[in-house]
Design a protein around this ligand. Structure first.
Ligand SMILES: Cc1cc2nc3c(=O)[nH]c(=O)nc-3n(C[C@H](O)[C@H](O)[C@H](O)COP(=O)(O)OP(=O)(O)OC[C@H]3O[C@@H](n4cnc5c(N)ncnc54)[C@H](O)[C@@H]3O)c2cc1C
Length: 318
C-alpha cells in the first residue's frame, strides 16, 4: 500500500483538531505517516494514537519555532525526496499553505490549495469563486501536495500503535538563505477561551447590523461553544479584530454551523464561509442576499432574536 504523509500541526503540546481530518483523508489513499516537527514527542504521540496512523516520523534537532515556514519546508522536502510518498497533505492555514508552496518548489511538485475533499485516486475538490464553481483537479507532476480546509470531513477514529522513525537534523544541513524569517518574539493572541476560528465547528458572526455591539453575538457564541467571526464591514469599522474577519480577504471557514447575524451576504463574505454545512442567517431585510445561501433564515432584528435564542439554548442545556 502506498504511503501518504500528513503534517501534524501542534502548539503547546496539543495536536490541532484538523490533523484528524488529514488522517481520515489520507487513509483513503494509503498508509498514513505523520510528520511531527519538534514538540514533546511522547505527549503528541498519545494524541495521535486513535487516528489510524501507521508511522510517526519525528524530525528533531532544530527548533522549528525559531523560524518561519522555510525551515519546516526544507526538512519536509528532504523527506519527500527520500521517500516519494503518494501525497503530502497539510491543513489549509496560512502557515500550512506557505510550507506546502515551499515544499512544492523544492521538490518540483504540483500543489492544490484549499481543497475540501480528496478521493482515493487523489482527485481533489475545491469550491471557488465564492462557491459558485466546484473544481475537481489532480496534480500531474511530482508528489501531489494538497492543503485541505478544516471541518471538511467527519474524523474517523481507528486505534493503532504507529511505528516511530526518528530523523535528526542539524542547523548546518539547512540552506541558511532559505530558512525564512527568524522569529524574534511571539505574542499569543487573546482567544478569550473561545475556539480558533478556522478550527471551530460552530461560528457565530456579526456584521454591520450589529452597529458595533457584538455582545449578543458573543453571548450566543459562548452558549454554543462557538468561535466569533465578523464581516469586513465590522472589522474595518474597528468593532472586531481583523483576525476574526471571514471572507475573501479574511479567513476561510467551513464549520458545521455558521450563524450570520446582520450580514448582508456579499460575494466576498460568502467566499469565506459558503462551504459551511448549515448556514443560519438573521437579518431584518427579507431581501438580503444571505438568505439565498442560508439553510435557515430568520427575518428579524438581531438584538431581539439573539438574546431569545441564547436564553432558549441555555434553558435546554440546564
Ligand atoms: C476586494 C474586496 C475584498 C473584500 N473582502 C471581504 C471579506 O473578506 N469579508 C467580508 O465580509 N467582506 C469583504 N469585502 C466587503 C464586502 O463587499 C461587503 O462590503 C461586506 O461583506 C459587508 O459587510 P456586512 O454584510 O456586515 O455589511 P452590509 O452589507 O452593510 O450588511 C449589513 C446587513 O445587516 C442587516 N441589518 C442591519 N441592522 C440589523 C439588525 N438590527 N438586525 C438584523 N440585521 C440587520 C442589513 O439588513 C444588512 O443586510 C470585500 C470587498 C472587496 C472589494
Amino acid at each position: 500500500m502506498s504511503q501518504v504523509f500528513i503534517l501534524v500541526d501542534h502548539t503547546h503540546g496539543k495536536v490541532a483538531h484538523p490533523v484528524g481530518e488529514l488522517a481520515t483523508f489520507a487513509r483513503r489513499i494509503g498508509d498514513v505517516s505523520a510528520l511531527v516537527l519538534g514538540g514533546d514527542l511522547a505527549v503528541l504521540t498519545t494524541q495521535l494514537s486513535d487516528l489510524g496512523i501507521s508511522e510517526i516520523i519525528s524530525i528533531s534537532g532544530i527548533n522549528f519555532d525559531k523560524y518561519s515556514a522555510g525551515a519546516s519546508a526544507q526538512a519536509i522536502a528532504q523527506l519527500v525526496t527520500d521517500r516519494s510518498p503518494a501525497a503530502l497533505l497539510i491543513t489549509s492555514t496560512a502557515r500550512g499553505k506557505e510550507i506546502a508552496a515551499r515544499v512544492a518548489v523544492r521538490t518540483n511538485s504540483g500543489i492544490i490549495t484549499d481543497a475540501i475533499d480528496i478521493d482515493a485516486a487523489l482527485v481533489a475538490t475545491q469550491s471557488i469563486f465564492g462557491g459558485s464553481t466546484t473544481v475537481h483537479s489532480k496534480v500531474g507532476h511530482g508528489t501531489p501536495i494538497i492543503t485541505l480546509r478544516s471541518n471538511s470531513v467527519e474524523i474517523e477514529s481507528s486505534a493503532t500503535t504507529p511505528t516511530l522513525t526518528e530523523v535528526k537534523v542539524v542547523e548546518s544541513d539547512f540552506d541558511a538563505s532559505r530558512l525564512g524569517d527568524k522569529v524574534v518574539s511571539v505574542t499569543e493572541a487573546i482567544s478569550g477561551g473561545r475556539p480558533e476560528l478556522t478550527e471551530a465547528s460552530i461560528i457565530v458572526s456579526g456584521g454591520r447590523g450589529t452597529n458595533g455591539d457584538f455582545a449578543p453575538v458573543e453571548a450566543l457564541a459562548d452558549v454554543l461553544g462557538a468561535a466569533v467571526g465578523a464581516s469586513r464591514a465590522a472589522t474595518d469599522a474597528g468593532w472586531y479584530p481583523h483576525s476574526h474577519q471571514v471572507g475573501q480577504t479574511g479567513k476561510t471557514v467551513s464549520p458545521s454551523l455558521y450563524v450570520a447575524c446582520g450580514i448582508s451576504g456579499a460575494i466576498q463574505h460568502r467566499a469565506g464561509m459558503q462551504t459551511s454545512k448549515v448556514i443560519v442567517a438573521i437579518n431584518k431585510d427579507p431581501d438580503a442576499p444571505i438568505f439565498d445561501l442560508a439553510d435557515l433564515g430568520i427575518v428579524g432584528d438581531l438584538f431581539a432574536v439573539l438574546p431569545q435564542a441564547t436564553a432558549e439554548i441555555q434553558l435546554k442545556k440546564a
